[in-house]
Design a protein around this ligand. Structure first.
Ligand SMILES: *Cc1c(COP(=O)(O)O)cnc(C)c1O
Length: 359
C-alpha cells in the first residue's frame, strides 16, 4: 500500500447496467455501476474502504442520521476532455470543504488526499459512464451519515462515508437562458451562528417550502435575504450570486450564512487574473432596485457546480418586476461561463493547478 493511498478493497459488479440515452440524461436520475464506501468508529477510525457494486445500504431504523440529520455532502464533476481525458475541477477544494462541514457537524474528518486517490479509482473504473455529449458530465456526490443505532442528541460514534456518481446532461439543454428569480421575503435560509455555510442536508430540507412556493408563482429559484433585516442579499437557490454594478462585479462576503462556493471563488480568481474589478461586500435588495432603475446594474448571475454560471433575467420582489439587461444574458456572465467551461474540459490551460487528471 502506498503511503497516500487508502487500503481499498475492490469488488467489481458482475453485471454492468445498461447505460442511459446520452441525450436524455437530466440531473441525478441514473447512477453508475460502482460506489466507494468507508466506515468510521471510535475504536478503528476510518476502515473498510471499498469500491463495490452500487446498491442499497442496510441501516438500522434507529440510525441517528434518520432522526437528527447529522449528515454532510459535496458535489463536484468529472469532465471528458476532447482527447478523451477525464478531468476533475478543484476536487481538493471540495474535500477540504467537506472536512470543514464535518467539524461544524461534530463528525470525523476524512483523509482528503487518500479519499481523492480512491475517488479517482472509482471514476476510472466507471469511466465509460462519463458522457461524450456537449456540455454533459459525471456528477460526483460524496456524503457522510451518522450510522450508529441510538436515540439521543449527541455526536454519533459510527459513521458511513460514501461516494456515488451520476451522468448528467447539459444544464442548458436549450441554450444559455436567463432565469426568473423570486426575492424571498417570508422564509429565510440561514442565521449567524447557524449552519448556512455548511453543506448539510437540513439546510436543503428547510428550503423546499420557499422553493416550491416560488415555482408555483412561475419562478425558477429564490433569492435569499438575510434573516435579521430581510434586506441584505445572501445567495440564490443553491448558488452564490454576482451583480455587475458600474462595471464592477459585486458579491456578498462569506460571513457564515452563505455557502463558500468553489465556483464563486473561481469567478473571483479569474476576475483578478483577467483584470476585471470585483468586490466582496454587503449589498441590499434596495441597492439592487435603485441600481436597476438608474441603469448602473447591468447583469446578475448565479454561480455553482451544477450550472457553472446561471444568468438572471428578472427578479420578482413584493409584487414588482425588476428586469436585468432586458432579460438577456450579459457579456460578463457569458465570458465567465465560456472561460470556466473551457478550463473544466481541458480546452484552455488551467490556472492555479485547478485540474486533476484521472485519465
Ligand atoms: C453547493 C452550494 C453552492 C455552490 O457551491 P459550488 O462549490 O460553487 O458548487 C452555493 N450555495 C449553496 C447553498 C450550495 O449548497
Amino acid at each position: 500500500m502506498l503511503k497516500n493511498e487508502l487500503d481499498v478493497t475492490l469488488h467489481k459488479a458482475e453485471n454492468l447496467k445498461e447505460k442511459p440515452d446520452q441525450n436524455q440524461l437530466g440531473f441525478g436520475k441514473h447512477f453508475t455501476d460502482h460506489m466507494l464506501t468507508m466506515r468510521w468508529d471510535k475504536e478503528h477510525g476510518w476502515h473498510d474502504a471499498e469500491i463495490r457494486p452500487y446498491g442499497n445500504f442496510s441501516l438500522d431504523p434507529a440510525a441517528m442520521v434518520l432522526h437528527y440529520s447529522q449528515e454532510i455532502f459535496e458535489g463536484l464533476k468529472a469532465y471528458r476532455g476532447a482527447d478523451d481525458s477525464v478531468l476533475l475541477f478543484r476536487p481538493m477544494d471540495n474535500l477540504n470543504r467537506f472536512n470543514d462541514s464535518a467539524v461544524r457537524m461534530c463528525m470525523p474528518r476524512i483523509p482528503a488526499d487518500k479519499v481523492l486517490q480512491a475517488m479517482k479509482g472509482l471514476i476510472y473504473l466507471d469511466r465509460d459512464w462519463i458522457p461524450r455529449t456537449e456540455g454533459a458530465s459525471l456528477y460526483i456526490r460524496p456524503a457522510m451519515i451518522a450510522s450508529e443505532a441510538a436515540l439521543g442528541v449527541r455526536p454519533a460514534n459510527e459513521y458511513l462515508f460514501f461516494v456515488i456518481c451520476c451522468p448528467v446532461g447539459a444544464y442548458y439543454a436549450e441554450g444559455f437562458s436567463p432565469t426568473k428569480i423570486y426575492v424571498e421575503d417570508e422564509y429565510v435560509r440561514a442565521v449567524q451562528g447557524g449552519v448556512g455555510n455548511v453543506k448539510t442536508g437540513g439546510n436543503y430540507a428547510a428550503s423546499i417550502k420557499a422553493h416550491t412556493t416560488s415555482q408555483k408563482k412561475g419562478y425558477t429559484q429564490v433569492l435569499w435575504l438575510d434573516a435579521v433585516e430581510r434586506n441584505y442579499i445572501e445567495e440564490v437557490g443553491t448558488s452564490n450570486i454576482f451583480f455587475v454594478i458600474n462595471n464592477e462585479l459585486v458579491t456578498p462576503p462569506l460571513g457564515g450564512t452563505i455557502l463558500p462556493g468553489i465556483t464563486r471563488d473561481t469567478v473571483l480568481q479569474l476576475a483578478a487574473d483577467w483584470g476585471i474589478p470585483a468586490a466582496e461586500r454587503r449589498i441590499t435588495i434596495d441597492e439592487v432596485i435603485a441600481a436597476a432603475e438608474d441603469g448602473s446594474l447591468t447583469e446578475a448571475f448565479g454561480s455553482g457546480t451544477a450550472a457553472v454560471i446561471s444568468p438572471i433575467g428578472e427578479f420578482g420582489y413584493k409584487g414588482n418586476t425588476i428586469m436585468i439587461n432586458n432579460g438577456k444574458t450579459g457579456p460578463l456572465a457569458q465570458h465567465f461561463f465560456d472561460g470556466i467551461q473551457q478550463v473544466q474540459r481541458g480546452a484552455a490551460p488551467a490556472p492555479h493547478d485547478w485540474i486533476v487528471r484521472v485519465k
